[in-house]
Unconditional design. Structure first.
Length: 328
């Protein structure tokens, strides 16, 4: 499984490299055009190696990726490492909160739908799951902003925290909510939580539907198993049968799918962050895409790819540990 990581990452890096270069124009003109003379633009292209043959650029790009050297962005002259440190905490906070919400709501709803198959609650939950999965995150985010922020005034519409909280927070981990907790600023923590609810719910809906449908199917299959019938025959209460036998067995595929949903969460985070002006890696990635900043896009996409691959590997290992029938 570890060996499979290498070709997966290589294919993704190659695809990103080629797609960025087949588009018309170049990053220097897109970023600095109009502010520098043509001679100065040529100097910048030469300094970045963009005047060299494509194959040489590709080899150098792969060599730098192997050494985890992703260069400095053209747009704002920042290293990829500093961007990951500065904005990675915001994306981590959002994705973990979205995953937690998806699990806390999706698992119980999936259990209810599986327990009461082909009933009105089951139908309602299935429709909710399909709509949550199919609706674009930016559309759900806009509706949430209009209703909960503009109409009801219950929650903030954008940003990660109030300006005062962001300006006064001490930096320890670059994860704002954790930094505020370290400083015992619980009012600031609550302020971040309020700003987090809408984007986390919006992103959580994207994977919640997957968990609902997966748990529903597996709970239904487990309830029809021989061991469940044997438990009922021994007089085990129905609630205990559902909770201890059907639900626990339904969690095994959920653990597997959680790794696959990481890619979906990171992809959805790009749109969600843009909708809610969330200062994460997705917002920076869109900025570099608009500016045709090769280095910024390649560096962040590579980080996302490595994150997804590593998490998938970890999930595979955990799945093999909790289910002895799984062998790789």
């Amino acid at each position: 499984r570890i060996e499979l990581m290498v070709p997966m990452v290589w294919v993704l890096l190659t695809a990103v490299f080629l797609m960025m270069r087949v588009a018309p124009g170049d990053p220097v003109s897109a970023t600095l055009g109009g502010r520098l003379s043509e001679a100065e633009l040529d100097e910048r292209r030469e300094a970045l190696g963009l005047d060299r043959p494509l194959i040489l650029q590709y080899v150098e790009y792969l060599w730098d990726a192997v050494r985890f050297k992703f260069g400095t962005t053209i747009t704002d002259n920042q290293t990829i490492g500093s961007i990951l440190v500065e904005n990675g905490g915001a994306t981590l906070t959002l994705t973990l909160a979205a995953l937690l919400i998806a699990l806390l709501i999706g698992l119980p709803l999936g259990l209810i739908a599986g327990r009461f198959r082909e009933t009105v609650p089951d139908a309602v939950i299935r429709v909710f799951a399909i709509l949550g999965y199919a609706a674009p995150p930016f559309f759900i985010g806009l509706l949430a902003q209009l209703y909960f922020s503009q109409k009801l005034g219950l929650l903030p519409a954008s940003k990660m925290a109030s300006p005062v909280v962001q300006a006064t927070a001490e930096t320890h981990t670059h994860i704002l909510i954790l930094d505020l907790a370290i400083e015992n600023d619980w009012e600031g923590v609550w302020d971040v939580v309020k700003h987090l609810i809408l984007p986390a719910m919006t992103l959580g809906l994207l994977v919640m539907g997957v968990f609902i449908r997966l748990v529903r199917v597996n709970v239904g299959q487990a309830l029809g198993g021989d061991y469940v019938e044997a438990a009922r025959a021994r007089g085990v209460p129905e609630r205990r049968v559902v909770a201890r036998h059907a639900f626990r067995n339904a969690l095994v595929p959920v653990v597997t799918v959680m790794g696959l949903q990481t890619a979906l969460l990171l992809g959805g985070a790009v749109l969600t962050e843009q909708t809610f002006s969330w200062p994460g890696l997705g917002t920076r990635l869109l900025q570099y895409l608009n500016n045709r900043d090769y280095i910024g896009v390649q560096g962040l996409i590579t980080f996302f790819a490595l994150t997804v691959v590593v998490i998938s590997l970890i999930i595979d290992i955990i799945n093999a540990l909790i289910d002895p029938r799984v062998r790789y």
